[in-house]
Design a binder for this molecule. Sequence first.
Ligand code: AHG
Ligand code: MN
Ligand code: MN
Length: 335
Amino acid sequence: MPDPTANEWNEDNLQSLQSHILAEEQSHPQATGEFSWILSAIALATKTIANKVRRARIDDVLGDLGETNPQGETQQKLDVIANDIIKACLGSRANIGVLVSEEDEEPTVLRTHAEGGRYAVLFDPLDGSSNIDFSVGVGTIFSVLRLEDGHAAKGVEAILHHGARQVAAGYVLFGSSTVFVLTTGNGVNMFVLDQSIGAFVLVKSNLQIPQASPIYSVNEANCNRFPEPYREYLTWAHESDYTSRYIGSMVADVHRTLLKGGLFMYPPTAIHPDGKLRLMYEANPMAMIIENAGGRAISEHGRILEVEPTSLHQRSVVIMGSPDEVGHVQRFIDS
Ligand code: AHG
Ligand code: MN
Ligand code: MN
């Protein structure tokens, strides 16, 4: 029988996201509780989005809006619904200064540092949304940065920190179950939404990605337009009995890679010479998760988390997953 007074969580005792965050705070004496405010708002928002996603066909909110987002991509109705939900939940948290969304050209400045704005939350409200009409896994990706004094005056420049400065990152996958994966910089924890109690419950702590696994995940339709090293890697993989898995939702592809191992990548293409995925709210948060689970995340020449951003919606090449699998791609890039 587990010791109920033991501080160390084990599979036998029940811990919710809320109690996990509070336990984390207790282990950081300098923690002020500000953090759990933000994460509880993200939990509330993603439970609400999960419900909207599952009811989308019933509520007739599938399909696109006939508008484009700052990336020039067609906006799905649920992209905007998810964006509005997240801003409604986060906007009320008194310690959030700035919100950055894939769906908004400009950041939303809520409070200056003097008014209590201590954090910026950057997010992709609905990732993989082109899959939403077919009930394929989609998700929300988020990144949390600490703000310095004077951030409001500096505008976007105050948020353009490289990924290693993130204080938290995570995603919520709306798949066959609703899975919340979170890191605050010391390991990766996984929670599943228990619909019967309406709470995310801890199911795995200190997740470790497998060192190697013969699975690659890439949109091979683009392969004739990949630079030579990527084509050479794919030829090697085909000859090395690898299998291919590609869902087309980064959250779903990265989640599978985190649990089963393997490689996920979005190389340069003719349409996206710098890669398609956005640095600040797709590549960086996923890189923080993968690295905290013992994996690697590079953008061709170095860690994604060390890329110095120059614009809010800039894109990045993404090569991430099991250390050995990223090593195989890097070998071709460096040769
Ligand atoms: P979003 O739906 O937020 O625009 O993201 C879509 C991204 C990502 O989820 C996925 O890995 C990638 O687009 C798939 O791109 P391709 O369809 O070009 O393979
Ligand atoms: Mn996305
Ligand atoms: Mn999106």
